[in-house]
Design a protein around this ligand. Structure first.
Ligand SMILES: Nc1nc2c(ncn2[C@@H]2O[C@H](COP(=O)(O)OP(=O)(O)OP(=O)(O)O)[C@@H](O)[C@H]2O)c(=O)[nH]1
Ligand SMILES: [Mg+2]
Length: 402
């Protein structure tokens, strides 16, 4: 699973990646600092099953901190995108191709309005972030449209007509390289009202509306209202989050604040768990007066106002709400909730809501699926069949003949 971090130059994408992963990507206040994509490992989080089961765990593939389980996810920070990228402006389509593998996009927007559409620095408040939100959706849709049309669209449409290839099959084949599934195509054909149209009947407008629907389902965008530590950022957020069409769709964040907190937590100066609404100063003597004041502002203006710095919330939203993944904990011993080495709740797997137990088994190990006998719900010791639909935070033992 891959979360793509997108946005115009200078919006704070690399800062967001660094805050979420401590990756150390280059950050600077000029456009196109990033050219080659930066990959990092971040974590999503939710309450750990150890809390309900009242056990002391010993995680292996994930982290448990204060009763919260953090599971790893991949993040990709790409070059900035400017209006007209699909026609080659700025870095052009290069970064778009870097995103083909992404399942969901976090759009980092400079909500303080202090950078223009090319990412050049302006007086805060002079640029309207709404324009960024719109152009990014357009660019992704045009990029998808370009992939569908490619150079040989006419030939493709004619062949589909002659061979009577259904639209569905033809499209899936054309889009499989960029992470588009049957379900995505089906859904987009339906919402774009193209289910009963043959490919050769599609005009430009139909192609574009199909591409727009395809963006919504295959590369859904979450809008991160970044630079909330600036007055203008908060002002714009208050205005835009109430606009029709944006209510409930923009999420406040300060990548810079999160980065500061994680650096201070890493060197032991403060106690801070990513995503938390507060932190505790452990070593006040290590903080200058300026640092103390900055921390005070982060607490009052961001954490108290919005509940957190928003970086962790963005990742969690992407994985749990938008992609609808859940946690499943496989164990070898259903009574002690441990693996064969005695580690309690060793692993957590992120699986799509609605997954069957047999699919989960396959995700863990192919042998486990091939030799599948049955499963056991470790909470109530119920026997589970292969079609059992796994539930959030299930702790399961899978019995396999292999
Ligand atoms: N005030 C404030 N500044 C931020 C925040 N996030 C990033 N910045 C600043 O914005 C500038 C650009 O940050 P980057 O992370 O390099 O932005 P980018 O989107 O990766 O830029 P490109 O790689 O050029 O596309 C730097 O000066 C950052 O310090 C934030 O939350 N608040
Ligand atoms: Mg960058």
């Amino acid at each position: 699973m891959l979360i793509g971090i997108v946005g115009k130059p200078n919006a704070g994408k690399s800062t967001f990646l660094n805050a979420a992963t401590m990756a150390g990507a280059k950050v600077a206040d000029y456009p196109f600092t990033t050219i080659d994509p930066n990959l990092g490992k971040g974590h999503v989080q939710r309450p750990c099953a150890c809390q309900q089961l009242k056990v002391s765990d010993n995680p292996k593939n994930s982290i448990c901190e204060g009763g919260v389980r953090f599971a790893p996810v991949d993040l990709l920070d790409v070059a900035g995108l400017v209006p007209g990228a699909h026609e080659g402006k700025g870095m052009g389509n290069k970064f778009l191709n870097d995103l083909s593998r992404a399942d969901v996009l976090l759009h980092v927007v400079d909500f303080s309005g202090s950078t223009n559409d090319r990412g050049e620095v302006e007086k805060p408040g002079t640029y309207d972030p709404v324009d960024d939100i719109k152009f990014l959706e357009d660019e992704i849709a045009y990029w998808l449209k370009g992939i569908i049309e490619r150079s040989d669209w006419e030939k493709f449409a004619r062949a589909a007509q002659m061979n009577k290839t259904p639209v569905m099959a033809a499209m899936v084949e054309r889009l499989s390289g960029i992470g588009v599934t049957d379900a995505h195509v089906q859904q987009s054909l339906k919402t774009a009202n193209l289910l009963d149209k043959r490919v050769h009947e599609w005009d430009d407008g139909m192609l574009l509306s199909f591409a727009r629907e395809l963006q919504r389902v295959s590369k859904p965008i979450i809008i991160m209202a970044n630079k909330m530590d600036k007055d203008e950022g908060r002002k714009n957020y208050a205005r835009i989050s109430e606009l029709p069409g944006y209510k409930g769709r923009v999420f406040p964040c300060s990548a810079l604040a999160e980065y500061h907190l994680r650096v201070l937590a890493k060197n032991g100066t403060i106690d801070y768990t990513p995503g938390a609404a507060s932190f505790k100063i452990l070593k006040p003597d290590k903080l200058s007066e300026k640092d103390q004041a900055a921390l005070g502002r982060i607490k009052a203006e961001i954490m108290d106002a919005y509940g957190s710095t928003g970086v962790q919330a963005g990742l969690d939203k992407a994985i749990f709400d938008v992609l609808e993944y859940i946690y499943v904990y496989p164990v070898a011993d259903q009574n002690k909730f441990c693996d064969k080495d005695g580690r309690i709740l060793p692993d957590v797997f992120l699986v799509k809501k609605g997954s069957r137990l047999i699919d989960v088994a396959g995700k863990i190990h192919t042998d486990l699926a091939e030799g599948f006998v049955h499963g056991v719900n470790a909470r109530d010791k119920r026997r589970l069949g292969e079609d059992y639909e796994v539930q959030p935070d299930d702790v399961v033992r899978i019995v396999s003949a292999k």
